[in-house]
Design a protein. Structure first.
Length: 254
């Protein structure tokens, strides 16, 4: 595995921009890196640029938040611990004003609780340092593809019974009434809707919604399912999320 930092260099004492031509086999993604360590920022920037990203770097949380709010980015890569405003606060503020740009956290905090906290704050993926560049690129490509869901197929709505999810507007309604979901609840419901009528296991949910390996000690799935149930069932007599004893959960009407 490659180190997460390149050899020490005295270059790049200030924020940098790297613009690249669109590669023949893909399209260019405008990417914002919010990272206070210039060596890590340089390493990530060079790797992304070689893969066709146009990259901007912000070295403080405050600068990163401003750029994220003002720029048109397809992806944000943010450190958890930043001077000024930390990465979690940045994502929470962006989600509060309905900026849904995919966010990948880079951090030394690899504990399960820390990863769950970052994802529930509105982050989309989590990569701990040190990391391999090929894994970073695989994760960023997956986030960009996920954000473009429906772009080619035109499918932007997911439905079951009277429950509707708009993937572009990032809204959920039931019988026409809005349902206020946190970022991680939205992601959980989206996965259940995409697999409606099929049993999904706890391990599948941990992997696909939280990006976590199976951990028998965590109750995050059970607690999130419980909160999601109470929100989408409010005012309706039809149960949608069903527990399949010994197997997992299934989303179906009745």
């Amino acid at each position: 595995m490659l180190p997460c930092k390149p050899p020490r260099s005295n270059r790049f004492k200030r924020p940098m921009r790297t613009d690249t031509k669109i590669p023949a086999n893909g399209s260019m993604t405008n990417t914002l890196i919010i990272e206070d360590d210039p060596e890590t920022a340089l390493y990530v920037t060079q790797g992304l640029a070689r893969s066709g990203h146009s990259v901007r770097w912000a070295s403080t949380g405050g600068d990163g938040l401003v750029q994220a709010m003002e720029g048109n980015y397809g992806l944000i890569i943010a450190d958890r611990m930043l001077p000024g405003i930390d990465g979690l606060s940045i994502v929470k503020r962006l989600r509060k004003i309905n900026i849904q740009t995919p966010v990948l956290f880079l951090t030394n905090m690899g504990e399960t609780d820390a990863r769950v906290e970052g994802l529930e704050a509105g982050g989309d993926d989590y990569l701990t340092k040190p990391f391999a560049m090929n894994e970073l690129l695989a994760r960023t490509n997956a986030l960009v593809r996920r954000a473009m869901v429906g772009g080619a197929s035109g499918k932007t709505m997911l439905r079951i019974d009277s429950l509707e999810m708009d993937l572009l507007a990032r809204t959920v309604t039931r019988a026409g009434l809005p349902i206020d979901l946190q970022a991680q609840e939205f992601k959980l419901l989206e996965y259940l809707l995409q697999n409606a009528g099929r049993v999904v296991t706890r391990a599948m949910l941990l992997d696909n919604v939280w990006g976590l390996e199976f951990d028998p000690g965590t109750t995050v799935v059970e607690s999130q399912i419980s909160r999601l149930r109470s929100k989408i069932n409010k005012g309706s007599a039809i149960e949608l999320i069903h527990t399949v004893r010994g197997s997992g959960y299934i989303l179906r009407a009745g």
